[in-house]
Design a protein around this ligand. Sequence first.
Ligand code: AMO
Length: 443
Amino acid sequence: MLLDKLGNWRKTHYTKDVTPELVDNEIILGGWVRNFRDLGGLKFISLQDKYGERQITVKKGVVSDELFEKTKVGYQYCLMVKGTVKKFNSAPGGIEIIPSEIKILNKTPEKLPIDMTGETISELDLRLNNRALDLRSLRNQAVFEIRGEMLRTIRSFLLERAFSEVSTPKIIGSATEGGTELFPIMFFEREAFLTQSAQLYKEQLSGIYERVFELSDCFRAEKSRTKRHLCEIFTLDVEMAFVTMDDVMTLLEKLVHNVIKDLRENKMGELKILKMENMTELPELPFPRYRYEEIINLINDKLGLDLEFGEDPGKLTSEAYRKLGEELSGYYYITHWPMSIKPFYIMPSEDPKYSESFDLQKGMLELTSGGTRVHNKVQLEDALESKGLNPISFESHIKTFDYGMPPHAGFGLGIDRWLTILCGLDDIREAVMYPRTPDRLTP
Ligand code: AMO
């Protein structure tokens, strides 16, 4: 069969806009066949577009014989349908479209590599191998609609509070987080790296614009094959001048609260598709705050482990991690980490064994790290040396501390991890359109 041409047809509506007010009107929809049923004299097509789906009802005697014969479709065929909107209570949304013309714009092989009807969920690697198809599923549409809403709410929340959105380089000359886990690249004849975080630049910019944020990709050369690690991550970086970590923690918990409130108000349909309408609950403010030592004691007492001061609870086995998540299932802060396991830019506490730092956790998952930063140049140079780093490699950064760097604090939040939680996904790779892990460079 020859394919139809688009010609002068243009969509008049998206499926979500086809409401009962449009009954008896002629419309043009476009999209893909999610499902179809052929009952002999009656054919049903679920036509899906970026916002949802509508039922197209093709009944012998009601549509022309030519159209009835032509309507032989397969899963994910690309169609445009011109037709009249009718009320039909048992159709999704209480509406059906009676077509007068259908254009088949593209076809698919008889057997698709993954299930697209929504009846079963194919295995994740198979879905990722066929991601452009997989992303069309109603479930994935819900996940990425929620991601878009999260980013919009984050932006407006911060812009309303005198933040400036900034963009910092992703090709860098030396480490930001202190050495390891960088991807080297060739920058003409020189070696360069893909950035791990906006850390140093956002600190510098907080000395100019006072309150800055960035939403961007960062690269982590970690060979961690877990359900919570990626090699390319998307983070929210925030930095504020003239504050300490307490102010930043108050801002962050309000931000988290605001995003969830907005999702519950505006994306309930998507949460329902993901069966998260009762799970993605509005957390109470303020979030509980535990010092690092309290968490270590809790893990040792409740979970029968033997962690010592200075160990990173993040390095726990997944079993212990799961148990910690059962013990503390909501959002909570872990503060005052040992200085020995924090980066050079973090401010030591009055007792320098501890640091002015925090993580925001949701159950077993670390969502954010942050803290008060060192803003005194000499102290920063000493901190670099004490971490075994060469101040010469950080010269251009340190120089900026000569020109009136204000006290400042900030945090970095992993958007992919947060989306995983908000959508109740099992694996972080599901929260990224095209994930990068040690085993995955395509698609
Ligand atoms: P950190 O290295 O903790 O802090 O990163 C911030 C947040 O990013 C997320 N994240 C990851 N997500 C998926 N896969 C990974 N491999 C991965 N690594 C990190 C986590 C984490 O909490 N500069 C500091 C932040 C700051 O102090 O402002 C930083 O990058 O959710």
